[in-house]
Design a protein. Sequence first.
Length: 328
Amino acid sequence: MTKPRVFVTRAIPERGLALVRDFCVADVWTDELPPPREMVLERVKGVDGILALLTDAMDSTVMDAAGSQLQVISNYAVGFDNVDVTEATRRGIPVGNTPGVLTDTTADLAFALLMAAARRVVEGDKFTRAGRWKTWSPTLLLGQDVFGATLGLIGFGRIGRAVARRARGFDMRVLYCDPFVAAADPCAAEVGAQAVDLDTLLRESDFVSLHTPLNAETHHLIGSDAMVKMKPTAVLVNTSRGPVVDPDALYTALKEGQIGYAALDVTEPEPLPPDSPLLTLENIVIVPHIASASVATRGRMAQMAAENLIAGLKGERLPHCVNPEVYG
């Protein structure tokens, strides 16, 4: 039997890539940077499946370039805002993602960023490396306490709930705002989290952590109007999607002391250009989208993405499908 042809837009961990290569004739883009748009359109011609990353737009133009034989698009991520799911559904193409597996790994990093910002860890490291540490000082790099503070979670899905569980160990008061989660949610009761409106959360939280998907409603959800409501000592943490935060408004808020600190795993744009004003600030920590970057988690994501791809090529239901209506 002739093996199906697929395009893999970047080399993923071998745990998944080996499965793909065993079942398919796989064209793998091996450069560190994503394939240019014109290269994607060229390499998808005639393929039966695509395994894509968040950096790769999977829209109608790509689907047209692939051709009518395209059977499946598998996304190596939980989020899928890079895929035109409506268009894929119209064409009967199932779209896969990798949910659940990175929940705790991402929650770990969100809390690590929260603590690094609160206690000014990155500033302290830079201070030491620059040879500026001369003696112990009562006022050197004073930060914010985490224990007993109020944590506001915007989005109370899997990752938000996992962060709330970690907050229990620090005796934090936990607030959450999520239109899709009931105030009487059992998990909220389990972790002692309280449902509030967005204004209350922004006004009362010492730490605001974002765990919402990116869509029309959440684009620049945290802009100047939101940040002016926050405490001047508040810490903003974003491990969701970069465009949930307006970068220009964030720069102004940090520069003018409207909020105290920010800690970002994701940015707009991504990556930040070297001349971004945000990079001139001391009261911000930025890491390069590494929330899921553990060996175990990235390997499991690769396996799940491969399993979705192969199931679609076999004509079977994807184990993790974001548009199950294609099977209707």
